[in-house]
Design a binder for this molecule. Structure first.
Ligand code: NAP
Ligand code: GLV
Length: 312
């Protein structure tokens, strides 16, 4: 029985070592463009993948599961995958901790106006700005899944006024919840710092656009740590230029790496980070994958399986 590692990730040796320690009988094979290391396709029972070519896994008759190397599965869904083989998102406590840090860091940065103080220091200027009370600062999280719920709970623990938006209704202690298309406007109207942690699906693509941005209060901040496809870039730039949105922190982009000529790079109100909000770390993620393989071997379903209907 073999696992095929199908990614250009530099972390392949760490994955191989940890999986060998966790599952000594698992034959770890690495994908190469010539597929010459795959060996007998009938050996492949598991694939661990990021961004494969469409149809790449069609020739494995004994494939039991496709594991995503990340929480998002937009790099897999719609890529001509073998039917009836479950696709499993990465639900990894290490990934959750990383995203929590990114969200808290940038929320606090904007809540406390640290960019303005940095600019003050650049100009040798001693200037204090008024401070908004944490309890009156309204944060809104688009997506109350594994990552969104965690970030929301940690922000609520700091006593921010936190709301979240999801597809299905939810009741979460200490967080105001909204759901569905009907709940979006009310959610946006009360959101001063918007954090996007949605999966990219046909329903969520382009959700940050002129219409939704205009529903945020004037001066709102946008933090997108989900996928570039959630943002209509020109609409966000227009909202920043008009002053309606005061700042944006963007980790993800339609094209990655972000092309050097893209206006986000030099925009004075945009912070660009290179898709590092939360990186998959083999030290935590491989344990999750190994647990799921043990589950499959003992007849239990791996988790969480992507719903082909919703795409996440
Ligand atoms: P998840 O657990 O699947 O949660 C997704 C959330 O989005 C759920 O609350 C879901 O609502 C909501 N949602 C989905 N479609 C919706 C719709 N049409 N309308 C309203 N709400 C909708 O996902 P996750 O593990 O938290 O990850 C979220 C995303 O973060 C990933 O898909 C990935 O793109 C991104 N990510 C980025 C990085 C990075 O480094 N930048 C790292 C990791 C992940 P329900 O609860 O009702 O289902
Ligand atoms: C990273 O973008 C992920 O989906 O884990």
């Amino acid at each position: 029985m073999a696992l095929l590692f199908s990614s250009k990730s530099d972390d392949v040796d760490r994955w191989r070592d940890i999986l060998a320690r966790e599952l000594p009988d698992l034959d770890f094979r690495q994908w190469t463009p010539a597929l010459d290391d795959v060996g007998d396709p009938a050996d492949i029972e598991y694939v661990l993948a990021w961004g494969p070519k469409p149809g790449a896994f069609m020739g494995f008759p004994n494939l039991k599961c496709i594991f995503s190397l990340g929480a998002g599965v937009d790099h897999l869904i719609g890529r001509d995958l073998p039917p009836n083989v479950p696709v499993v998102r990465l639900m990894d406590p290490g990934l959750t901790r990383g995203m929590r840090e990114y969200v808290l860091y940038w929320v606090l940065h904007h809540h406390r106006r640290f960019a303005d103080y940095a600019e003050g220091q650049n100009k040798n200027r001693w200037q204090q700005y008024g401070q908004a009370d944490t309890r009156t600062r309204r944060i809104g999280i688009l997506g109350l899944g594994v990552l969104g719920l965690d970030a929301a709970a940690k922000l609520a623990a700091l006593e921010f006024d936190v709301a979240g938006w999801s597809r299905s209704p939810k009741e979460v202690d200490g967080i105001t919840t909204f759901h569905g298309k009907d709940g979006l406007t009310d959610f946006l109207c009360r959101t001063e710092i918007l954090v996007c942690l949605l999966p990219l699906t046909p329903d969520t693509a382009g959700i940050i656009n002129t219409e939704t941005l205009s529903q945020l209060p004037s001066g709102a901040v946008v933090i997108n740590a989900a996928r570039g496809g959630h943002v209509v870039d020109d609409d966000l730039i227009r909202a920043l230029d008009s002053g309606h949105v005061s700042a944006a922190v963007l980790d993800v982009f339609h094209t990655e790496p972000l092309p050097p000529e893209h206006p986000f790079w030099d925009h004075p109100k945009v912070t660009v980070t290179p898709h590092i909000a939360s990186l998959t770390m083999p030290e935590t993620a491989a344990l999750v994958v190994a647990d799921n393989i043990r589950r499959i071997r003992t007849g239990q379903p791996p988790e969480p399986i992507v719903d082909p209907e919703t795409g996440y």
